[in-house]
Each structure stands twice: as structure tokens, then as C-alpha cells.
Design a protein around this ligand. Structure first.
Ligand SMILES: Cc1cc2nc3c(=O)[nH]c(=O)nc-3n(C[C@H](O)[C@H](O)[C@H](O)COP(=O)(O)O)c2cc1C
Length: 210
């Protein structure tokens, strides 16, 4: 079997973790995969909070996300979407493209205008929902990267976003948490799901071939 498919069969959403730390090198690979995630227009309208501080993980577990993986995870990643998209953020992105590719900002005028128009065509809420969808693609990259590193990763929507934003001071930063992910190592003895078979719809049911 292809290595990637083996790794994806190995991974599962661990319900219990054992407190073991993820080595920095493996964490760096997962974060790099998140950084390389594609996003619409390339804007990356999100930030990721990387939490290793035990007190913060404990507080999040107690006050915002009562899921047992959190205190026993090595790291907790919080994917937070920009709550609105500003003209300054778009301009900064154009400058980044120009600097990275050694081209003039002026040569990007048409692209700048198109991105601005599509952002302005939506409400702040519409843009936040759009940004959240981009953040989920980054989450997918992180899940696959973690699997290839044999690091356990549990994606989670079961948390109180307003409380989490409060604990992390995200609102002041123009961010809203949309999905979180623990990184660590499975506690096979105490996690009944660690040896459970994967449940997936058949290819015939999932794919529509035309
Ligand atoms: C967006 C998203 C949100 C999820 N939220 C939770 C959660 O809050 N708690 C949890 O234990 N698992 C959560 N899961 C894990 C799913 O239940 C799990 O991925 C699914 O049942 C498939 O199983 P597998 O990932 O072990 O193959 C979530 C998964 C995704 C993709």
C-alpha cells in the first residue's frame, strides 16, 4: 500500500492522549504544512495559535473545551479566522507578493482590485465564513502532515468559541476561533477507539463518476 494511505489508515481522532511531548522537529513539519496550505487568492485569512503551556491547556479544558485530550496533549492548535477582512490586510498581502517575487506592487493593480471587489461584495459575516473555510483547509493539511509524522491529531469543533477567544484574547486581534486540534500521542490502553475499524462510506457511495 502507498505510504500515504498507510499513514492515513494509521491516524484516527484520538480521544485520549498520554502526555508525551511531540519533538520540535515533528511539530515544525506540521506547522510548515499548515503554512503551505492553499487559500483562496492566497490571502491566508487566518492565524493559528500554537499552545504548549500546560496551564493554558488546563484552563481551556476547564472553561472552554471539556475534552480529555486537551490537558494530555503535547500541543493544542487553535485555528482562528479573521473576523473581517480589511483593505490594509489586502494591501499588505500585495506587498508580500511583490517582495517575494521581486515584482512591483503596481503590476498587481488588477489582482488587487479583483481581490478587493470580491471581499467588498460580501458582508463581514460572509467574509468571516469564507475565511473559516480557508482555515479548515489548513486544518486538513495539518491532519495529513501529523499522520505522516506518526503524531496523533484530533480535530475538534466541540468547544465554546466565545470562551476560548476570551481566554486567548483573540477578539482584540480581530480573530475568532473556528476549529481546534490536539497534537500528541494516543493513550491506547484508555482509548477504546484506538483499535476500532475505520468507518467510511464505500467508494461507490462517495464518488460520483461522470
Ligand atoms: C471538523 C471536525 C470536528 C470534530 N470535532 C470533534 C470533537 O469535538 N471531539 C472529538 O473527539 N472528535 C471530533 N472530531 C473527530 C471525528 O469524530 C472523527 O474524525 C470521525 O469520526 C472520523 O474518525 P477518524 O478521524 O478517527 O478516522 C471532529 C472531526 C472533524 C473533522
Amino acid at each position: 500500500m502507498n505510504n500515504l494511505i498507510e499513514d492515513l489508515n494509521w491516524r484516527y481522532a484520538a480521544k485520549r492522549m498520554n502526555g508525551q511531548a511531540v519533538p520540535q522537529e515533528k511539530l515544525n513539519t506540521i506547522l510548515e504544512a499548515i503554512k503551505l496550505s492553499p487559500s483562496s487568492a492566497g490571502l491566508q485569512p487566518y492565524n493559528i495559535v500554537v499552545i504548549s503551556d500546560q496551564e493554558t491547556k488546563n484552563r481551556i479544558f476547564k472553561e472552554a473545551a471539556p475534552q480529555p485530550q486537551i490537558p494530555d496533549a503535547s500541543h493544542l492548535l487553535v485555528f482562528a479566522a479573521w473576523d473581517k477582512i480589511t483593505a490594509a490586510q489586502i494591501t499588505e498581502y500585495m506587498q508580500l507578493i511583490a517582495t517575494t517575487r521581486g515584482i512591483s506592487v503596481e503590476s498587481l493593480a488588477k489582482f488587487h482590485e479583483n481581490v478587493t471587489n470580491s471581499i467588498e461584495a460580501r458582508s463581514d459575516e460572509g467574509n468571516f465564513n469564507w475565511a473559516a473555510r480557508q482555515a479548515y483547509i489548513a486544518l486538513g493539511h495539518a491532519l495529513v502532515a501529523a499522520a505522516t509524522e506518526h503524531v496523533d491529531a484530533t480535530p475538534m469543533e466541540g468547544f465554546n468559541s466565545a470562551k476560548l477567544d476570551d481566554i486567548l484574547g483573540l477578539t482584540e486581534k480581530g480573530l475568532k476561533s473556528v476549529v481546534i486540534m490536539t497534537l500528541g500521542y494516543r493513550d491506547s490502553e484508555n482509548d477504546g477507539l484506538s483499535k476500532a475499524k475505520k468507518v467510511r462510506r464505500s467508494k461507490e457511495e462517495l464518488f460520483i463518476s461522470i
